[in-house]
Design a binder for this molecule. Structure first.
Ligand SMILES: [Zn+2]
Length: 460
């Protein structure tokens, strides 16, 4: 079976050939743990989970290593810790923030049906590797020390900018480059910086006396090196990470190890908008995974995410969530009690073509049509193929048991309101019975009057 992936570095779809079939290696940039993950953060988590599952299908579960890091040292974390726990010493406050956020993140992504990666290294546990890389870069003339900082010298790497395909001048014009007295050139970036009193600090490299902490980019070079080696197969992340983060990871790793590439395939997922607009706290359309999970099962969120090809911009809408809910309701109903059988060749074919999930889902819909006609083969195949992309993981009973938090119904209250409404109807007080019907509707309850009496159901 031939897998093709679009590689951002070469700007083409290429046949995927692993360096070592017995250990296919993928690194994806993970979260900075300081706040609830939002729906934009969920996109790479789900996309690369599908790729992980596909690689495991092709090469065997034990032959794929997927590493997703956790950034637990960052200025945003420090700021959040000081703001949230002003009475605590900063280090303790930071630990509280990172531990809480870390746990929330894992609960959220598990609810989205994502497999745990093979390893989830934390930045603070790889400071030794970061210092070792920095020492190498200074020795090779790619980095320099200035005012207790260590900086990467962009001029020392002739093909810097190859991933972003931008010239130095364009990069300087396009990026909000921090002009700092310790920089020899504007695009030079921080590998290590001194810590202020109270901030997390480790012994510095290169004989610098002041304790310090790493820059952001160096952690991914250090952790991918430690867990996947100097060169590996796939490096993934959101398109917004291409520049400067991935460009700088490449610069660090290639210069430290004198290798022609850091990873053979650079895979990036596209942007996400909410109801046609850029998501931002200031716009009031900031959607966290946690909030979505109150109203929708994780698989509905997952399917909605996969309806758009991973490289395309994704427009996140409630309308799409409703459609996914209906789709999955139907699939669960059809496949209840059915054993998964053979995988559908069209689904596999679509996924192998640069992870074309919309096409794979279209094939699942075709299977559903066949299954609805009573074709049991199609039924088992629908279940097996949907499970390959992390859907139909629950039993039909579990699925039917999900109630959105906004629609958790107090049944005794419903019964009392219906009794009161029936009494009002009998007394021909229609104004009161309509008012009670509206009250029930506000609770998400639809009342049905039949000749056998009144029944009710939950509106979706
Ligand atoms: Zn990274």
């Amino acid at each position: 079976m031939e897998l093709k992936l679009y590689d951002t570095l070469t700007r083409e779809k290429r046949i995927f050939t692993p360096l070592d079939r017995s250990n296919v290696r993928m690194y994806v940039c993970g979260p900075t743990v300081y706040d609830f993950a939002h729906v934009g953060n969920a996109r790479p988590v789900i996309v690369f989970d599908v790729l992980f599952r596909l690689l495991r299908h092709i090469y065997g579960d034990e032959h794929v290593t997927y590493v997703r890091n956790i950034t637990d040292v960052d200025d945003k974390i420090n700021a959040r810790a000081a703001e949230e726990y002003p009475a605590l010493p900063l280090n303790e406050a930071i630990r509280k923030v990172t531990e809480t956020t870390d746990r929330q993140f894992h609960e959220d992504v598990a609810a989205l049906g994502c497999l745990p990666p093979s390893a989830e290294p934390r930045a603070t546990e790889h400071i030794t590797e970061m210092r070792a890389l920095i020492e190498r870069l200074i020795k090779s003339g790619n980095a320099y020390v200035e005012q207790d900082h260590v900086l990467f010298s962009v001029a020392s790497m002739p093909d810097y900018g190859k991933l972003a395909r931008r010239s130095l001048d364009e990069m300087i014009a396009g990026a909000r480059v921090e002009v700092a007295p310790y920089k020899r050139a504007p695009m030079d970036f921080v590998l290590w910086k001194p810590s202020k009193p109270g901030e997390p600090a480790w012994p510095s490299p290169a004989g610098i006396k002041t304790p310090g902490r790493p820059g952001w980019h160096i952690e991914c070079s250090a952790m991918s090196w430690k867990h996947l080696g100097e060169t590996f197969d796939i490096h993934g992340g959101g398109i917004d990470l291409v520049f400067p983060h991935h460009e700088n990871e490449i610069a660090q790793s290639r210069c430290a190890f004198h290798t022609p590439v850091m990873a053979n395939y650079w895979v990036h997922n596209g942007f996400l908008q909410v109801e046609g607009e850029k998501m931002a706290k200031s716009l009031g359309n900031f959607v966290t995974i946690r909030d979505l999970l109150k109203d929708w099962p994780g698989e509905v969120i997952r399917l909605t995410m996969l309806l758009t090809h991973y490289r395309q911009p994704l427009n996140w809408t409630t309308k799409a969530l409703r459609e996914s809910q209906r789709t999955l309701d139907h699939w669960y109903e059809l496949t209840a009690g059915v054993e998964p059988t053979i995988l559908c060749a069209d689904v596999i074919g679509a996924l192998a073509d640069d992870l074309n999930t919309p096409k794979a889902i279209a094939s699942l819909h075709e299977l559903r049509t066949e299954a609805a006609k009573g074709n049991m083969g199609a039924c088992g195949s629908l279940k097996a193929s949907a499970q390959l992309i992390g859907l139909l993981q629950q039993t039909a009973v579990q699925w039917a048991g999900f109630r959105p938090a906004s629609l958790v119904i107090d049944e005794s209250k419903v019964t009392a309101l219906i009794t009161a409404r029936n009494a009002a109807r009998q007394a021909k007080n229609f104004q009161e019975s309509d008012r009670l019907r509206d009250e029930l509707a506000k609770m998400g309850v639809v009342v049905k009057d039949t000749k056998d009496g009144t029944t009710w159901e939950i509106a979706r």
